[in-house]
Write a protein of this length. Structure first.
Length: 570
């Protein structure tokens, strides 16, 4: 009897729990979670194939769209135009025929009578089709895209002539085209006016550089080389690396060859490497007054490297390395380069620029015993650019530098060397009166040399000076606007600026007591009058979101007359 009240009490406690939980469970079973009331921006979506035509038909059972008349099929950055097209909406496969043209990023890349293409896998077949890998036009019996960016053409023909019957073409059993990189042709025959003239087993044609033809042959005769044949063949390693092979023969000099390699990885690394080696049977004897008076049989060659890296828009590193067999090697085999620079030198330079200052680290060393130059191992310079000092009417600029200098003479053990510390300051106060600009200035320079020219003693030189710059401006504007060949013009202003400048220097040390490495060491007492005319062409361009004036052409002419206290004048 005592247990009944306890059982009744437990029943009263459990009943509300059952009534509360059971309906909730039933409600959860009947009403599954609802979708979010907004679209999920992170959900992955497959690209769709769109089709338009004069007449469209949808075959529901086959999930296929059929377009007749002016059919256009689009998928991502590609579209196909044809007279007739069938599109499988789920598999994204297309069959088109009749005046078929394939476009990628708005540019026509292939043409033919029919095409089978799988947009999903970027593969397709183009019987008797044509494709373009600028500047080359390619046609073949069977053109197939095996994967994105790679096409294989059977029984193909290549030519830069787009006529139906080109003046010449290159025929191959198989041609593989790597978009924006290279073409690889096998079993190659070159035809001129439909006649075979040359056969080659394997040919690589770079696509990213127009100047790299697949094969170039230059033949002739001259008194220095005799009969000669110079051949070059382009090659491509990747889209960023390409070059040329050279194989030459000269009846009086012998055989030679080398390779040129170009690379372009954007701002991170750009450069050019040249190599060449020849066993010259009539090589000049270096070191004499006339190196061609005695000839010898010896090995000659060159290695040249030009490299640039842009760390950011204001910081870069430039490297140049030149190693030559002798002083007349470029004159003998690379005459155009020799005319541009007789003794190409080697250096590495790092620069950092900003609106307020500039920093330069420069190292230059002799790599060839015949060179005459000034070595800088290294030179470091800091420039504080001309800017207001405490007030708007007073300007200040400064330069501090250190250099380890050595003069090297060609084929000589005699040289001069010194450590040099230099510091330069200049103050100026520009004024304008009646459109004439007056700029008086004062400057002060201290230079420390580790030794004099003919003595190991240290030398301290102080130079102070000043002067006046007077100039005015005349200008005329022209209404012109265009953007061609990378030159953007938004109006033109021509500025003509005549000037007269007087400078005076007084030095505590004569320049004759110092080794002369550059113009800084040639400073001596002097009075200099300069007459000049500066011409500038300006336009407006958007820079950092603002329209600003920029100089795009500058031509300056100066005439200086220098008077020395000892009576000399220059």
């Amino acid at each position: 009897m005592k247990s009944r009240p306890l059982a009744a009490l437990l029943l009263l406690v459990l009943l509300p729990i059952n009534f509360l939980t059971l309906p909730a469970a039933a409600e959860e079973t009947q009403n599954p979670p609802k979708d979010l009331p907004v679209e999920d921006p992170y959900a992955k979506r497959a690209p769709k194939v769109d089709a338009v035509a004069d007449q469209l038909e949808y075959v529901k059972d086959e999930k296929k769209v059929i377009g007749r008349g002016n059919a256009v099929v689009r998928y991502e950055n590609m579209h196909i135009t044809a007279d007739y097209a069938e599109v499988e909406t789920e598999t994204r496969k297309v069959y088109a025929k009749g005046h078929v043209i394939v476009f990628r990023a708005g540019k026509a890349v292939a043409q033919g009578d029919e095409i089978y293409f799988d947009f999903a896998n970027q593969t397709g077949s183009f019987p008797d089709g044509r494709t373009i890998a600028f500047p080359w036009f390619i046609r073949g019996k069977d053109l197939a895209q095996v994967k994105k960016g790679v096409k294989v053409i059977k029984e193909g023909r290549i030519s830069t002539c787009d006529l139906e019957k080109p003046h010449y073409d290159i025929r191959a059993s198989t041609i593989t085209v790597y978009d924006n990189d290279k073409m690889v042709a096998r079993n190659v025959k070159i035809y001129v006016l439909n006649k075979p003239v040359f056969w080659w087993p394997f040919l690589v044609i770079p696509l990213q550089q127009r100047r790299n033809f697949p094969l170039a042959v230059n033949a002739g005769y001259n008194s220095r080389h005799g009969a000669y044949i110079e051949t070059s063949k382009g090659f491509s390693v990747t889209e960023q690396v390409w070059g040329k092979y050279h194989i030459d023969w000269r009846s009086k000099r012998g055989a030679g060859g080398g390779a040129d390699l170009d690379y372009d990885f954007g701002p991170k690394a750009q450069g050019h490497l040249k190599t060449y080696l020849t066993q010259d049977e009539r090589a000049p004897t270096p070191g004499g007054e006339n190196p061609f008076s005695e000839l010898e049989d010896r090995e000659r060659g060159r290695v040249t490297l030009l490299h640039r890296t842009d760390i950011d828009p204001y910081t870069n590193v430039i490297l140049r390395y030149n190693r030559l067999a002798d002083e007349v090697f470029l004159q003998d085999f690379f005459e155009k380069e020799s005319r541009a620079e007789i003794e190409p030198q080697s250096f590495v330079t790092a620069t950092k620029n900003s609106e307020r200052y500039g920093l330069l680290i420069h190292a230059e060393k002799r790599m060839n015993s015949f060179e005459s130059m000034v070595e800088r191992l290294p030179e470091v310079r800091f420039d504080w650019k001309n800017q207001p000092l405490f007030s708007k009417w007073l300007y200040f600029e400064s330069q501090a530098s250190f250099a380890n200098l050595a003069t090297r003479l060609g084929r000589s053990s005699i040289h001069e060397n010194a450590l040099r510390f230099d510091q330069f300051n200049e103050w100026s106060a520009p004024k304008t009166w009646n459109q004439v600009h007056f700029t008086p200035f004062l400057n002060f320079r201290n230079t420390i040399y580790s030794r004099e020219k003919d003595s190991p003693d240290q030398r301290w030189r102080t130079v102070w000076g000043g002067g006046l710059d007077v100039r005015t401006q005349y200008y005329k504007t022209f209404d012109a606007s265009f953007d061609k060949a990378g030159i953007e013009i938004n109006g033109i202003r021509h500025i003509l600026e005549p000037l007269v400048e007087y400078r005076n220097w007084t030095s505590t040390v004569s320049d004759e007591q110092l080794s002369r490495f550059d113009s800084l060491d040639r400073i001596d007492d002097a009075n200099i009058v300069t007459l000049g005319v500066e011409n500038r062409l300006q336009t407006k361009r958007v820079i950092n979101g603002r329209m600003q004036r920029v100089d795009f052409v500058s031509m300056n002419t100066y005439l200086s007359y220098e008077m020395h206290p000892d009576g000399r004048s220059i």
